[in-house]
Ligand binder design. Structure first.
Ligand SMILES: C[S@@+](CC[C@H](N)C(=O)[O-])C[C@H]1O[C@@H](n2cnc3c(N)ncnc32)[C@H](O)[C@@H]1O
Length: 242
């Protein structure tokens, strides 16, 4: 366990101290790296696998829910280029003001608070531009998912099938909204990565595990085959059909 994680695991039992410590850490730490050290490798694997499954250079686009400073989004863009997936488009969804209010099941067994991981859209855009991404192939959608993920948006974005989905939005409520919106876009051979699979201590009936359970109840013909876990929290799946 890193020093940072050790401190976090001690102070998380005192929410006001955890909130203060987390805000201070993110203010002082101007770094651009991902919050999950294993996430970039998981995304790179997903792009490599996509290129392998679809030798026609990859059916499906990249959808990321939860960008923070944009590092994982940049990782996906670069990995796609590396594997020749130049026809892919990249969609990023974030409030650009941090987490929404934490309510309902998200209040149990987690360590999240409203406003956590706030980073403005212009800061994310600058981070991506500095690294030479082509904004013709990118669309960043601002807003809390319950407001931004509409039917009209889905139509506007062209209902393009999902090749790789990266769900790094921490909460059950956020993941539920994202998965509901993705219905019809996730198909056999989509790769779906949950960065917060184990973020809630009670497991199956909370967090991202609960959101996927409900998604599968609504979409019984899809199967999510686990491929690997990474860091303490992440899990990657390949989707198949029954
Ligand atoms: C842990 S951070 C993402 C970290 C980033 N992928 C990385 O590895 O550096 C979580 C992000 O999810 C966003 N988020 C979570 N729930 C959301 C919601 N309901 N609507 C919009 N954005 C949300 C937050 O604003 C935050 O930027």
């Amino acid at each position: 366990m890193t020093f940072k994680k050790k401190i976090a695991s001690i102070i998380r039992y005192c929410p006001p101290l955890f909130k203060f410590g987390s805000k201070l850490y993110h203010k002082i730490n101007g770094g651009f790296k991902s919050l999950s050290p294993g996430a970039p490798a998981a995304i790179e694997w997903a792009m490599e696998k996509t290129a392998e499954i679809h030798p026609d250079k990859g059916l499906g686009d990249y959808y990321e829910f939860g960008l923070y400073k944009g590092y994982t989004f940049l990782t996906a863009y670069r990995a796609a280029e590396k594997h020749g997936l130049t026809n892919k488009r990249f969609f990023g969804f974030d409030s650009f003001q941090g987490l929404p209010q934490v309510e309902g099941p998200d209040k149990t067994g987690g360590h999240f608070f409203e406003g956590q991981f706030a980073c403005t859209k212009s800061e994310v855009k600058n981070n991506l531009l500095k690294h030479g991404v082509d904004f013709e192939r990118i669309r960043l959608v601002k807003g809390f998912y319950k407001d931004s993920l509409t039917h009209d948006l889905k139509k506007e974005l062209g209902k393009r099938p999902a090749g790789v989905v990266f769900l790094d939005c921490d909460l059950y409520s956020s993941t539920k909204s994202a998965l509901e919106w993705l219905e019809g876009l996730i198909h056999a051979n989509s790769i779906v990565i949950f960065d917060d699979w184990h973020s809630f201590t009670e497991g199956k009936n909370l967090g991202q595990q609960l959101a996927l359970k409900e998604f599968l109840e609504r979409n019984p013909s899809l199967v999510f085959e686990p491929v690997f876990d990474y860091d303490d929290n992440g899990r990657a799946f390949i989707v198949t059909k029954k």
